[in-house]
Design a protein around this ligand. Structure first.
Ligand code: ADP
Length: 328
């Protein structure tokens, strides 16, 4: 079958994540390999509306596989939420001769792509790029593995100073709606407690656990708190609460913040990005649309975008159990 698609646009949108550059590189090089033109769209939907395009060939993406962030820049774009904005974007794409696009982003970016596809019958494929791992249809999003490594490295350093002073540290990590980073990094870094949005541990249990930990002779304690944890208190309020109820502890807080989004992607994210980029371009050329590329059991799969944006990957109950056993 000869594909009608001769030119593919690629862009990154919404929150950035490590591995986005590796995915751009893969999309561009797959297009070059399959002799399809490729155009980089700068600043997500904002650049699409403004016609901020740049033709890309295999050499345009030299030396970016190892870089965090995104060479195409990312943006949030309110006008794309309106019919008028999307019509302008469509006109710009047609004027440039772009027949389809690959969007690398999170569920907001996918929602925009899905609506765009419905309105203009324009072929779109998504690649999940977000550190939160909060997208249904893939066990790993691009950037999640790198973020875990970043968080674990940071906590290892915090633990050094915590144990030198017999301190308790509350470490806040990203995750407003999901606790994948907190749970995985917490197990990997040997945290005493992990507070996530999916489970309400309760403040009493936290105090009990910290008391036990002190009595059992632990020299330092690390509690990982996801931004959206269910205790109803943020890290600073948790510090005050514990200081009030357990004065034996010298408590400190560390908010890791945006460092979790940066840095060179891990090998896992680079390989996954390379695989997903190939799959995205090949799928478009096979006439597929409105799908997201994901990975499950280490195989690439395609999930309808409308399903990907509606659900979250469930928190791993087995890992919660492991974390409880490890804090003994
Ligand atoms: P992410 O992709 O990381 O979830 P956002 O939720 O900020 O990031 O979405 C990125 C962009 O996608 C928005 O700035 C907007 O341009 C577009 N978008 C999000 N939701 C919609 C929507 N319901 N309709 C149209 N465009 C949308």
């Amino acid at each position: 079958m000869v594909s009608e698609i001769k030119k593919i646009g690629v862009f990154t949108s919404g929150g950035d994540s490590p591995g986005m550059n590796a995915a751009i590189r893969s999309v561009v090089r797959t297009c070059a390999f399959l002799k399809v033109d490729c155009v980089g769209i700068y600043r997500g939907y904002e650049g699409m509306i403004e016609g901020d395009f740049k033709p890309m060939d295999a050499r345009s993406v030299n030396n970016i596989i190892n870089k965090g962030g995104t060479i195409l820049k990312s943006a949030r774009c309110e006008p794309f939420r309106t019919e008028e904005g999307r019509k302008k974007a469509y006109e710009q794409l047609r004027a440039e001769g772009i027949d389809a696009f690959v969007v690398i982003g999170g569920d907001g970016s996918f929602t925009g792509a899905m609506i765009f596809n419905q309105e203009f019958d324009f072929p779109v494929i998504g690649i999940p790029g977000t550190i939160d791992n909060d997208i249904f249809g893939t066990t790993f999003t691009l950037g999640f593995d790198t973020a875990l490594n970043t968080v674990v490295e940071a906590i290892d350093k915090i633990r050094d100073t915590a144990s030198s002073h017999n301190r308790l540290f509350f470490v806040e990590v990203m995750g407003r709606d999901v606790g994948h980073i907190a749970l995985n990094a917490g197990v990997g870094a040997g945290a005493e407690e992990i507070l996530i949005p999916e489970e309400n541990l309760g403040l009493d249990r936290l105090l009990e656990s910290l008391k036990r930990s002190k009595e059992s002779g632990k020299s330092s304690s690390i509690v990982i708190v996801a931004e959206g944890d269910k205790t109803g208190k943020n890290v600073f309020e948790l510090k005050e609460y514990v200081e009030e109820h357990l004065p034996i502890y010298d408590v400190r807080v560390s908010v890791l913040g945006h460092m979790q989004r940066g840095g060179p992607p891990s090998c896992y994210d680079r390989v996954l990005a390379s695989r997903m980029g190939v799959k995205a371009v090949e799928s478009l050329l096979e006439g597929k649309t409105s799908l997201m590329v994901g990975v499950q059991d280490n195989r690439l799969i395609l999930t309808p975008i409308n399903k990907a944006i509606k659900g979250h990957t469930k928190i791993d109950k087995e890992l919660i159990r492991v974390s409880e056993i490890m804090t003994t």
